[in-house]
Design a protein around this ligand. Structure first.
Ligand code: GRF
Length: 211
């Protein structure tokens, strides 16, 4: 059984997709051990509660310094000892000591086809604004392992989504969530639970199902 911790900040629609796919059996052999939010008002916390999933809030605002917050987050996760940490819209910079402690055991979803529109400053609607400003005809989403760079870790899955001439950043954001994010994040977790994802020399490989 793959025990996962899901870290969230806001709406939690990716968390919801993971919950739904565990409940309908699409994600196999996986349980959510804990949902952790940095924001006590996150709708994601309500979603966890509704499905009887343990949850807690660890907010930088409640600590005297970022260092103490980082230590508390790391201690909470070390005590929980999940097999995988899933960043599902977590808007906090992951401290390097946490990345080292959970090497190739943290995954993130980014709303573009990495290496386009990623890295420092590319988050939320800014990603989609930049894609539209550049006039790309295809965008999408990427699930990747987290390393010490920003959006630079080994890529696990990507899914392309067509950009329409009428798209606004908000419309494109929503379509990428529906058509890509909510599909590839659950799929990546299922593949990891099945032991089908390996990282060799900084590149992730997937052993495809033969059946
Ligand atoms: C998603 O667009 C994700 O790609 C980004 O943050 C957003 C989270 O949305 N990293 P939600 O909280 O899962 O609804």
């Amino acid at each position: 059984m793959l025990r996962i911790a899901v870290l969230v900040s806001g709406g939690g629609t990716n968390l919801q997709a993971v919950i739904d796919r565990i409940e309908d059996g699409t994600i196999r052999n996986t349980e959510i051990a804990m949902v952790i939010s940095n924001n006590k008002n996150a709708k994601a916390l309500e979603r966890a509660e509704k499905h009887n999933i343990p949850s807690c809030c660890i907010s930088p605002k409640d600590f005297e310094s970022r260092e103490v917050f980082n230590k508390t987050l790391l201690r909470t996760l070390t005590d929980l000892n999940p097999d995988l940490i899933v960043l599902a819209g977590f808007m906090v910079v992951i401290p390097p000591e946490m990345i080292r402690a959970f090497k190739n055991r943290i995954i993130n979803i980014h709303p573009s086809l990495i290496p386009s529109f990623c890295g420092t400053g590319y988050y939320g609607l800014r990603v989609h604004e930049a894609a539209l400003a550049r006039g790309v005809k295809i965008s999408g989403a990427t699930v990747h392992f987290v390393d010490e760079g920003t959006d630079t870790g080994p890529i696990i899955l990507q899914k392309a989504v067509k950009v329409k001439p009428t798209d606004t950043p908000e419309v494109l954001q929503r379509r990428i969530m529906e058509e890509a994010e909510w599909q590839i994040m659950p799929k990546a977790i299922d593949l990891i639970a099945a032991g089908k994802v390996k990282v060799v020399d900084g590149v992730a490989f997937i052993e495809e199902e033969t059946a």
